[in-house]
Each structure stands twice: as C-alpha cells, then as structure tokens.
Design a protein around this ligand. Structure first.
Ligand code: NAD
Ligand code: ZN
Ligand code: ZN
Length: 336
C-alpha cells in the first residue's frame, strides 16, 4: 500500500510503498476512501509543538474508509462497514477523565497521525472502540472533514455554552472555521466571521455568518465592541495576534475558546481586565466519540455543509503549501 510519510520534520512527505499494516488485538484495518488534510498535520510534519511525534510517521486524523480486516476482540464492528478514525485513537477508559465524559483529556491517549500512524495512506489501523461508524448516506469525502474539523468546532461551541441571541466571533474561516460558523448558527447565535482572505469571508457569508470582519483592514476588537462585544470568541486562526484580537473583542462575562495551535504560541492577558470583566479563557481539544456521533447526526439530517476539494494522495506536499498560503476553501480531502 502507499502511505505519505514524514521522515524528518520540515522535509516534504515521502510517498512510500509499505506492506499492509496488520491489526493487533482490539484493532481493525480500513481501506481509506478519504482523508482530510487538517492544519494539525502540518504542525505534526513541522514538529511545531512541545510534544512531538517520532518520524517516520504517517499523519492524518480525518481518515474515513471501509473495514477490510478485523483483529481479535473487535466485537461491534463488521467487515465492510464505513468508519471514521479520529485524532483520539484510543483512551484508557478508566481514568477520571475517561469516566467523566472527558476522554479527550485522558493522559494515556494515543493520537492518530501523531503517536500512531494515521489516514494519509491506502490502509490504516484503528482501535475498534474508538472508530466511529459513519451513518449511511454521508459521503466519505464529507465525513472526513467532520472527523476533526467538525467535531472540534462542535465541541468548541458546546464548551462556549453558546445560547440563542448571543454574539459569537469565529476567528479563522478555514477547515475548522467554516464548520464553526454553522454550529454557532445551529446554536442560535449571531455570528461574526473573521478572516484575512476574501474567499473565506465570502464563504462565511454563504454559510450564514451575519457579520464579516476582515482582519487585514478592520480593527477586529473595535468592530465586535461596536456590536456590544462577543459573548464568545472561538480562536481558530494560526496566528497569535488573532487570539489577542478575539480576547479584546469580548464583552463582560465573555469567553475566549482557544483551539488553534500556532507554533510557540503565547498570549499576554491583562489580569485587571480579565478579573474585572469576569472573562473566561478556555482551551478546547477535539471532541469525544459522542460529540462525533452528534456531528454525523446533524450532517445526516442535512443541517451542515462541508466545503472541500478532493486531490490524490500524491498531492500532499503541494496541498500543504496551498493550505499555508491560505488558498484552500475550506478543506483538502486526499483520496488514497
Ligand atoms: P486552516 O489553515 O484551514 O484555517 C486557518 C484560517 O485562519 C484560514 O482561513 C486563514 O485564512 C485564517 N487566518 C489566518 N490569519 C488570520 C488572522 N490574523 N485572523 C483571522 N483569520 C486568520 O486551519 P485548520 O485546519 O482550520 O486548523 C486551524 C488550527 O486549529 C490549527 O492550528 C490546527 O492545528 C488547530 N486544531 C486544533 C484542534 C483542537 O482540538 N484544539 C483540532 C484541529 C485543529
Ligand atoms: Zn485536526
Ligand atoms: Zn483515560
């Protein structure tokens, strides 16, 4: 089988021919139909974060495909079934986080496309208990971006506690942001979309955003404040300054939900304002299996749109370059 492999940080990925991986206990193998290219794959390939993957590895945590082999102990999953393989490859199932519905915080977790090989390949392994069945009627190319971009922003909207009549700023209308706009609308909010490209702002409008803010020329915080300030701002842009602007555009009692992970990113927060304004700053990491099930349910019901373009696996390096240039609206889905 072919796989796109990170052999060294910062180097182009290499397309390798490898033997098909063999599922171990509790694992299944899928024949990958579609594998979304998340900006996280780029961070992984560049070794951007303090906790690094170990090259060589295969990135990709939006892999969707058909189960073609079962390891021992995989009751509940059948051959021929379509599943999605998310970032949360597995968790321990017995720590305080796993037991309290926060499996995404499990310290024993294994991450697909990071600490175990991921979906940018023709065949990929998954743990049966964490592979998410894709409902009939959902196109695998649409299921793929939902598997990370969808579940992550759905969770971020939940964590922000968005209620109808609130103003929610979505900063960064890329793979994640184009879905965040839709989940915030579903929650009933008025949505302000912030980006730095015309295409993405136009897309946000098409997907229901009420207010468009062009961070190249508008003062993001001032525009939000002119509308009373955001009840919540969801930071999805890979740019520290966008976090600071989102924070500054909150109203009293507002919440900044940090999702994007720019390399070495830090934000300086004024303690006085944060205290006096009762501001919350919350980190949000992907979502649980239940969150992903809900994301698929909403999509199957026709309530979300996934904007993507398909490309062959061999385009992975060119696709990464296009994402970094801001030229992709909104997700590249690789077809291995
Ligand atoms: P993307 O490249 O598709 O989207 C980023 C968007 O931000 C683009 O539309 C870009 O034009 C826009 N942007 C750039 N500068 C901006 C600015 N100053 N203000 C407003 N918008 C700006 O990336 P993505 O795949 O959507 O991922 C976004 C980030 O989220 C990455 O850092 C990724 O690693 C991270 N991520 C986090 C989680 C999590 O669980 N916390 C999950 C998935 C991805
Ligand atoms: Zn991702
Ligand atoms: Zn655990």
């Amino acid at each position: 089988m072919q796989a796109a492999v990170v052999r060294a940080f910062g180097e182009p990925l290499v397309l390798e021919d490898r033997p098909d991986p063999e599922p171990g206990p509790g694992q299944i193998r899928i024949r990958v139909e579609a594998s979304g290219l998340c900006h996280t794959d780029i961070h992984a390939a560049h070794g951007d974060w303090p906790v690094k993957p170990q090259p060589p590895f295969v990135p990709g945590h939006e892999g969707v495909g058909i189960v073609d082999k079962l390891g021992p102990g995989t009751a509940g999953i059948s051959l021929g079934q379509r599943v999605a393989v998310p970032w949360l490859g597995r968790a321990c199932g017995s720590c305080e986080h796993c037991l309290s519905g926060w499996e995404t915080l499990c310290e024993q977790q294994v991450n697909t496309g990071y600490s175990t090989d991921g979906g940018h390949a023709q065949k990929s392994l998954a743990w049966a208990r964490f592979a998410q069945p894709v409902p009939d009627g959902i196109d695998p190319r649409e299921a793929a971006p939902l598997t990370c971009a969808g579940v992550t922003t759905y969770k971020a909207v939940k964590v922000a506690g968005v209620r109808p009549a609130q103003l929610v700023a979505v900063s960064g209308i890329g793979g994640l942001g184009h879905l965040a706009v839709q989940y915030a609308k579903i929650a009933g909010a008025t949505v302000a979309a912030v980006d730095v490209t015309d295409d993405k702002l136009a897309l946000a409008r098409e997907l229901g955003a009420d207010l468009l803010i062009d961070a190249r020329k508008d003062d993001v915080a001032a525009v939000l404040k002119a509308h009373g300030g955001a009840h919540a701002a969801i930071a999805l842009a890979v740019d520290e300054s966008a976090f600071a602007a989102a924070y500054a555009g909150l109203r009293r009692g507002g919440k900044l939900v940090m999702v994007a992970l720019p390399a070495g990113g830090t934000v300086q927060l004024p303690i006085f304002d944060t205290v006096l304004n009762g501001t919350s700053v919350i980190g949000s990491i992907v979502g649980t299996r239940q969150d992903l099930a809900e994301v698929f349910q909403l999509h199957a019901a026709g309530r979300t749109r996934v904007i993507y373009e398909t490309r062959p696996l061999s385009s992975v390096n060119e696709s990464i370059a296009d994402v970094l240039r801001g030229e992709i609206t909104a997700r590249v889905v690789l077809e291995p």
